[in-house]
Structures are given as C-alpha cells and as structure tokens.
Design a binder for this molecule. Sequence first.
Ligand code: TLP
Length: 354
Amino acid sequence: MTSQTGNTARGRIDLRSDTVTQPTEAMRKAMAEAEVGDDVYGEDPTVLRLEQLAAELLGKEAALFVTSGTQGNQVAIATHAGRGEEVIAEAEAHIFYYEAAAVAAIAGAQIRQLKGTHGALDPDDVKAAIREPNVHHPRTALVSLENTHNRAGGTVIPLENLQAIRRVADEYGVPVHMDGARLFNAAVASGASAKAIAETVDTVQICLSKGLCAPVGSLVVGPREFIERARQWRKRMGGGMRQAGVIAAPGIIALTKMVDRLAEDHANARWLAERLAELPGVTVNLETVQTNIVIADIGLTGLSVPEFLARLQDRGVLATSFGGTRIRFVTHHDVTRADLEAAVPAISRVIAGA
Ligand code: TLP
C-alpha cells in the first residue's frame, strides 16, 4: 500500500488528525537503507544527522530525538521545572489538556492556566502571573507556549506576541518553551521562518509525525547544555532508543522535503471550512482557520456529536469530537481536494438525515 492510496485503499477519508498519514515511498526506502548504530552510546549516524539538521533549521545549538510529541514536551518541561514549581501555559494547551497530567506526574510541577485569545497569551497576563519570591508561592520555572495552537483551531501565534512574551520572561529570568508540534504549519502560514519563530523561545518541541508524514518521532531543540540534561530525562522516561536511525531516516525527509507542501493542507482546510460554514446548522469561525485544522460546531443540526460522527463514518468520512457540540477536521498529505469534494456531500447528507 503506498502513501498516496493509504486512506483511499481503506475506502475512507480520514480527517481525524494529521497523525494518520502513511510514510511516503521515499521514507520507506530511507528506512530500509538507514545506516544505524546504538543511539544510547551516541553512535547512530542517522539520528545524529537528524538532530543536527533540526538544530540548524531552528537556529539552536543542539537537538534530541524523542519518541513522541508528548515525550518531547515532558522531557523539556522536566528539564526546566521541578517538583513544587509552576509552569505558565494557555488554559487549553496540549500539555495541560491532552498529556494525561504528565507535568504533575513526571516533573511534579503545577500548571498555571491563563486564558488566551486564539491560543495567544496576553504578555501583561504573563507578567502578572510570574510569582514574586515568597514562602507561600511556587517558583515560576517556565512559560510554555503552543504554536500552532491545537484547541484554538490550529491558530498561528503572531511573532510580535511571541517577542513580547519573550521580553517579559527575560525581565524575570524565566525560560520559555514552545510546543511546536505544528511549528512548520505556523511558519508556512505566516511566512515567518521556523528559525525566526524559534528565536523567541529557549527550547522547542517539533513533531515529525504530524503533517510531515514521518511514521514516528519528535525532537527537543535548544542550548547544548540543556539538551544534555534532557538526554538524561529521556533515558529516565524509557526513551533511550538503540538503532533508532531506522525511524530517524524518514524524519530527515520530513524536515527537508515535506514542509513546503503544508500550504496545500492549509488551502484545503480553508476550502473545507468555507463549504462547512454554508451547511445548515453548522457554525465555523473562519477567523481561526489559519492552518490545517477546522473546528465545526454542529449544535444547531439537532444531532449529537457521537450520532453525527457515527453517521459520517458510515459514509466513509472520519472526524473527531472536540468537546461539547464541536467536531474537528484536519487536512493532511493523504487527503486530496477530490477527497474533500466527496466528503462535503457526505456531511451534508448526514445533516439532512438522508
Ligand atoms: N495531538 C494529537 C492529539 O493528542 C490530540 C492530535 O491529533 O492533534 N502538542 C500538540 C500541539 C499536539 O497537537 C500533539 C498531538 C502533541 C503535542 C503530542 O504529540 P504525540 O501524539 O506525538 O505525543
């Protein structure tokens, strides 16, 4: 089964996430031919190449290959923050919402949630949330940002906002981490380089297995001394891998060949969002459709989300529940415009009860 036909061959249009993509043929070939060694000994040449490439792309000293976005965020957070400390994050950040309370369970820190606007924090709120030294207060160990912001609908955090938060954090000597699971979507959508975005933070987590089509893996990128400490956290969390070049090889293709085409996913998401917004009972905030995620509120269709999703699945289209009356659709490499042209009438028929 090739990457192009992966979803089609299963007879379905899978819009649940950009994580569902199949590796491309070039990725499968690179996996088969990867030069490997034991990465816990630092001897896997392909992993080393991937780490160096990621560091260069983001303008940082070093990078660490990890198993997943969650592991990358948690390795980074545990390296920045410890037991009894505080991490400032947006109220619906992935690190809070979708990582099984790992910040509490692993680093032992608590999250201070701040409500953002389309995922962006107000720098004044960040300033007000940084703790003054006092016996009653936890130490503010980290500000963690997310770009693009998943639960805000794949929104891009404006560069000026990141720079303003950086200035506040610098004033108080607090480091800044970015959950950049979809950093390249932010770069492609905004026209800012990944390096310019990464420059505003100390450490970044990037995912290879979202829109970039690699089968597995993420990287934590930052200062060399930080990455060496993060390496021990990765080992502690069971993420020390051996001949990991086999999975690093498609990651190199992800970073070098798969970034520019994200623009196609963004155009497809926009197209889908505009069609969905025209359907009776469906509400879409088009302002938040900035990358490859579309959030549709189906509250006025009279159907519940589980009913809607089940009926849609019967028609060969998959999407996910996003809480309340909302559904998330994500575009990616393995869905074409033609797939979306077929998905819209299917969605329309679900609403019509036809
Ligand atoms: N997000 C997944 C689910 O966990 C919700 C998805 O389908 O969108 N940060 C952000 C912003 C993410 O969206 C994700 C994945 C992660 C981190 C975690 O990456 P993995 O799944 O590799 O642990």
